[in-house]
Design a protein around this ligand. Sequence first.
Ligand SMILES: [Zn+2]
Length: 199
Amino acid sequence: MEDFKTEYEKVTLERECVAEKINALSQDEKIKEYFSLCKLNEELANKQKDLYKSMKVSEYSSCNHIWVTILHDSDSAEGRSYNYHGCIKCGLNEMPFYLMEWCRTPDELKLDDRIMYDLLKNQLSLKGTNTYLFCDLKLAKAIYSKIKEAHPDISDETAVKYLRVALYFMRNVKVTDERKVNRAKRLSLNPNYFINGKF
Ligand SMILES: [Zn+2]
């Protein structure tokens, strides 16, 4: 008991000394500036986040989407697989709905996923063109941007035809690994993209 009392008084005294030092430092101009900059930084970060959100919502809302069905994202531990839609033009996709299975609230989603989740949860149907193509979104986006680069004024309908043909050749015409690597590089994908895994 006596030991606790002595220790308690010692700590109380120590805290008073520390509080005095904190108080003295808080009057220092440099330290005042530090705290005011931290506050400003936080305000700017919030503003930046809000603007990023507005920017993405505006980009997704103004896109005349072209949807592909993404092959699947399997959860190997439980042997489950999913099919979901994604837009090859703006990247909007339904993946966040599946990510929600591991979250208690949407607040746990990453910012980009949260924006897509909030936007899609209020939509009863997907606006735009459904291609009914099963394809990896990264690959479909890469092919679409190459098509757009070569034909900037191409219509969505024709772009989908080109995409369909490109996928057909990639999947059905046998080429050497070297050509697969070059193709992946041209599409800015991982060099082994067409060698490993399904596409
Ligand atoms: Zn889109």
